[in-house]
Design a protein around this ligand. Structure first.
Ligand SMILES: CC(C)(COP(=O)(O)OP(=O)(O)OC[C@H]1O[C@@H](n2cnc3c(N)ncnc32)[C@H](O)[C@@H]1OP(=O)(O)O)[C@@H](O)C(=O)NCCC(=O)NCCS
Length: 159
């Protein structure tokens, strides 16, 4: 592991502020079905993904949650990785009609608590923060890795 990784993102495993869901909302453990996943990504403005990729990828989720409001699924979040050395937090998304009420914070809170309660030792938790979402992640101890490191990514299409 690069020194820069260790310096910039080792987080405290101590007690953190709790962000519960607002009244009227409830957590369900696990990822939503593929069609709902695609819908939530689309309406929240995240890059649409093909059903084929979604169906292949979702079952490999390490831990996921989604949020229900009545019979509607209005938010989701999940983590991928090996569960001990590296975890990547992805797909934090809330239906725009329900944003701004603390649901996104509650989703990240649930994921961070799960991480803290299950990891065997130190772990590197990363994510890519879109737009202003970094403000949300800062609440949970995430910080910009630049200039110690640069987040890099590539889209690859099946030939
Ligand atoms: C990011 C997202 C999940 C936040 O959900 P939410 O339910 O509105 O989140 P909360 O109400 O718990 O908190 C929002 C906080 O995050 C910050 N934030 C996150 N995204 C923001 C945005 N686009 N504009 C302004 N502030 C934003 C704000 O600081 C806000 O803090 P406040 O409560 O003091 O105003 C939601 O805006 C969303 O789905 N965005 C589109 C998808 C996306 O970008 N996901 C993140 C991928 S990295």
């Amino acid at each position: 592991m690069e020194a820069s990784e260790e310096e910039t993102t080792i987080m405290s495993l101590g007690p953190q502020e709790h962000y519960p869901l607002p009244d009227g909302y409830a957590f369900r453990t696990g990822v939503p079905d593929a069609a709902t996943y695609c819908r939530l990504r689309k309406i929240s403005g995240l890059t649409p993904r093909t059903l084929c990729a979604v169906q292949a990828g979702l079952p490999h989720t390490l831990y996921g949650v989604h949020v229900v409001h009545g019979s509607d699924i209005v938010g989701m979040g999940r983590m991928i990785g090996d569960g001990a050395l590296f975890i990547h937090v992805v797909d934090i998304a809330v239906d725009p009609a329900h944003q701004g009420h603390g649901i996104g914070s509650a989703i990240v809170d649930a994921i961070m608590r799960h991480i803290c309660s299950t990891i065997p030792a130190e772990i590197y938790v990363s994510l890519m923060a879109n737009g202003e979402a970094w403000r949300l992640y800062e609440r949970f101890g995430f910080s910009n890795v630049f200039p110690d490191a640069r987040g890099m990514a590539i889209w690859i299409d099946r030939p």
